[in-house]
Design a protein around this ligand. Structure first.
Ligand SMILES: [Ca+2]
Ligand SMILES: [Ca+2]
Length: 220
């Protein structure tokens, strides 16, 4: 094996370990949008649990409803990722880990669900089963009275939360949708794409490859 092939082999090992995972509760078809009926700052989030080794968030996908009093293309919003220090799926004590600002690029009618992707990389601590939260925030703007697109089709995950005028660094006042408004219970059109943390075996394989590469160089 020459130097080039050795390098390719090491990269192939990395690729084989990076299995992908999409965290999703919605059924792909939005049914309505929710807000507080006022042009206010709204945060809404979904709770997910790490599956397997897929703890490195790479991007978040969002769908928006095209209707009066929802968002319009160009609407500014923030994407947030939080951890859960008590690891119970309740975000009232969530710790903000990362945020990215974006703007709405596509909206869908009821029954639709065209997602836009926002890149936000966050390596979450904790293994399989660890709770984390992915959410959106819109500030008062235009006529976005009901910004949060939702899938109302049963079954519901019961992991949707919403709050008005919350601080992403203090979600103590955020409401559990299934409890606060059971008639509106559903799943936000929010998804997260994650990749795996390389397994220890991968590092060993890479190490062997690099050692072989170094040996070959020295023998020249
Ligand atoms: Ca908690
Ligand atoms: Ca639906």
């Amino acid at each position: 094996m020459n130097r080039f092939n050795m390098t390719v082999a090491a990269i192939a090992v990395i690729g084989a370990s990076a299995s992908a995972q999409t965290y999703v509760w919605d059924d792909g078809s939005l049914d309505n949008s929710i807000g507080f009926g006022a042009e206010t700052n709204v945060i809404w989030l979904s709770a997910f649990q790490i599956s397997g080794l897929n703890s490195v968030i790479q991007s978040v996908e969002v769908a928006w409803q095209d209707s009066a009093n929802t968002v319009a293309v160009g609407q500014a919003y923030n994407v947030h990722i939080w951890s859960d220090p008590t690891n119970d799926g309740d975000p009232t004590d969530a710790v903000l880990e990362n945020s990215v600002a974006s703007n709405v690029t596509v909206v869908s009618p009821v029954g639709g669900g065209t997602f836009e992707t926002v890149n936000i990389v966050e390596a979450l601590a904790g293994g399989a089963g660890t709770w984390f939260f992915v959410g959106l925030e819109t500030a008062a703007a235009g006529t976005a009275l009901f910004p949060a697109a939702i899938d109302l089709t049963a079954p519901h995950s019961n992991h949707a939360w919403i709050g008005t005028n919350p601080d992403p660094n203090n979600l103590a006042g955020i409401l559990h949708l299934a409890t606060a408004a059971p008639q509106l219970n559903g799943d936000w059109m929010i998804r997260a794409n994650a990749s795996a943390v390389p397994e220890p075996g991968t590092f060993i394989a890479i190490g062997i490859g690099l050692a072989a590469l170094a040996l070959r160089r020295r023998s020249k």
